[in-house]
Design a protein around this ligand. Structure first.
Ligand code: ASP
Length: 599
């Protein structure tokens, strides 16, 4: 019995026809001597009716034995549903199939969790869903996510092809190069003690492809980073990876705006306006306290360094005297914040090394705060005007070194927005997408713990040309030709114009990053050499594909848009990986495991 239609196809126009459907038993109801079975496939579902009065007894008995998720083929006549029994919730809800034959293709055991009820399914423990991912993937929400992912991947390929890009695959067995994240190593059986590493990104290969004359490369590439997983990360993830020769930053902006316009149109039907806004890194931090600002709401940070330079409140004036700043934000309508909420915010401040959190609650016409008594009239007036203080507001301060003060309030700003959303005081349109480019990042950032500079993006990022002379003297002031694309407070991707002159690249490795010449030669020698044989100026970008799909699907978890994701602990629940290997396998690899066995 071969299917004639899919389960989301039959309409009143098919009434009278014989149809065969194949799929899963979505639900079975026994009512008034009849059996109703909803058959579901990838496309949707259709109701079928088994009437014992016109079916062989044996067939009806087989139907009685069917359980949820058995696989069946069912044939019969399409008919109008009896009056009053239409189901407006499904597209096939006006018709049903009066069954004539049933083939049971496979039985199903009792399920570990139901897949037919979205209410129930959404509450099922995620580890259980991941263990039985094949059942989870049958849920319409998951099927929709995978379908959207596929559509976006295809649209991306089409767009990139139209723009003259070649899709090139790069190796997964790569080499260990200290680029930032911890790497996964793969032992080499042929030469004990040597290892491949899985690529953190195809960064070096795509640059070499430019030296190889490819000019326009892209790949929907898998990347691997052995990092402790934060909420929205996976050990392996997918990027839309891009590199181009003979271009400037503007060319990348244009290309990506076009790509995102296409993708958003395909996925949501929406026309997103381009060009996107641009925000300098410094301005992003000054106004939003973060380099990936969510600009769908204001609550901007305001600077009060000058106003408090000579303040009697020593916490503020002292910070300024130390070269720091005083900043504040107004969380409108949050004066009623609970003790717990204030504590959470205080913890954020402390996690950045602040001693505490200064705040003012504006309630019953009064400024409630232990610090207000130190403020003079001019200081109060400045606060009132610049923060537009009104009844019901909550004012939060940070007095610290610039970056720290910005970041503290940046975190608090997002937290306050969350609380205001929960309270219904802030509503964000789910169809609103605030895209923006963050530009003019500093090339280097300083790691206080290790007392050394590291690349804000990666070591291949080109400095802004006029800042090159500062590299050895004042690395802090060197701007990088690096850009990030941000939407609704999520970093969708980033890239840069690259260094293509071997001497500049060497300076970055050795003088700025303090990688020894031997190490540089060992790790990056091939790249520096390649650059000596005619490397074109080039640049590129990578977009986080999983994250982009999650945004388009309206989910906060990238696990919902990856067919087989790992848990936060890096475990594949379904295959139970990672897992031990045999002593023989280890011997072949010349590997001895010294760690104590887990209980
Ligand atoms: N390779 C970079 C990354 O993975 C992106 C780029 O610079 O193109 O973040």
């Amino acid at each position: 019995m071969k299917r004639t239609h899919h389960c989301n196809e039959l309409r009143p126009s098919h009434i009278g026809q014989i149809a065969t459907l194949s799929g899963w038993v979505h639900s079975r109801r026994d009512l008034g001597g009849l059996i109703f079975i909803d058959v579901r496939d990838r496309e949707g579902r259709t109701q079928t009716v088994f009437d014992p009065s016109d079916l062989p007894k044996e067939l009806f008995e087989r139907a009685e034995k069917l359980r949820s998720e058995c696989v069946v083929s069912i044939s019969g006549k399409v008919r109008q549903r009896p009056q009053g029994t239409n189901n407006p919730k499904i597209a096939t809800g006006e018709v049903e199939i009066l069954v004539q034959s049933l083939e049971v293709l496979n039985m199903a055991d009792v399920l570990p969790f139901p897949v037919d009820d979205p209410e129930v399914a959404s509450k099922v423990n995620e580890e259980l869903r991941l263990k039985y991912r094949y059942l989870d993937l049958r849920r319409p929400e998951m099927a929709r996510n995978l379908r959207l992912r596929s559509k976006v991947a295809i649209a991306t390929r089409q767009y990139m092809d139209e723009q003259g890009f070649l899709e090139v695959e790069t190796p997964v067995l790569f080499k260990s190069t200290p680029e930032g994240a911890r790497e996964f190593l793969v032992p080499n059986r042929r030469d004990p003690g040597t290892f491949y590493a899985l690529p953190q990104s195809p960064q070096q290969f795509k640059q070499i492809l430019m030296v190889g004359g490819v000019e326009r490369y892209f790949q929907i590439a898998r990347c691997f980073r052995d990092e402790d997983q934060r909420a929205d990360r996976q050990l392996e993830f997918t990027q839309v990876d891009i590199e181009m020769s003979f271009i400037e930053r503007e060319d990348i902006y244009n290309l990506i705006e076009g790509l995102l316009k296409r993708v958003w149109k395909v996925a949501t039907g929406q026309d997103i306006p381009t060009p996107f806004k641009r925000l300098r890194f410094e301005e992003a931090l000054n106004r939003y306290g973060i380099d990936k600002p969510d600009t769908r709401f204001a609550m901007e940070l305001v600077d009060f360094t000058e106003e408090f330079r000579a303040s009697a409140f020593k916490v503020f004036s002292g910070a300024v005297a130390n070269g720091g700043v005083v900043k504040a934000l107004n969380a409108k309508g949050l004066a009623g914040a609970t003790q717990g909420q204030i504590e959470t915010m205080t913890e954020y401040a402390k996690s950045f090394g602040a001693k505490g959190l200064a705040y003012i609650k504006v309630e019953n016409g009064e400024w409630k705060s232990p610090i207000v008594k130190f403020f003079n009239e001019a200081e109060k007036a400045a606060l009132t005007t610049k923060l537009k203080i009104e009844e019901g507001d909550l004012i939060l301060f940070a007095a610290d070194q610039w970056l720290n003060a910005c970041e503290i309030l940046g975190k608090i700003r997002l937290y306050c927005a969350e609380v205001l959303r929960e309270q219904g005081k802030l509503t964000l349109d789910p169809n609103r997408y605030d895209f923006l480019w963050v530009v003019d990042f500093p090339l280097m950032s300083f790691d206080k713990e290790q007392n050394r500079w590291y690349s804000s993006h990666h070591p291949f990022t080109a400095p802004v040309a006029e800042d090159v002379p500062l590299l050895k003297t004042e690395p802090k002031r060197v701007r990088g030709q690096h850009y990030d694309i941000v939407v609704n407070g999520v970093e969708l991707g980033g890239g840069s114009i690259r260094i293509h002159q071997p001497d500049v690249q060497k300076t970055i490795f050795e003088d700025v990053l303090q990688i020894s010449p031997e190490e540089t030669k060992l790790r990056f020698g091939y790249m520096l050499e390649a650059f000596r044989y005619g490397a074109p100026p080039h640049g590129g970008i990578a977009l986080g594909f999983d994250r982009m799909i999650a945004i388009l699907c309206g989910t906060t978890s990238i696990r919902d848009v990856i067919a087989f994701p790992k848990t936060a602990k890096g475990v594949d629940m379904m295959t139970d990986s990672p897992a031990p290997v045999t002593a023989r396998q280890l011997r072949d690899l010349y590997i001895e495991v010294k760690a104590a066995k887990k209980e």
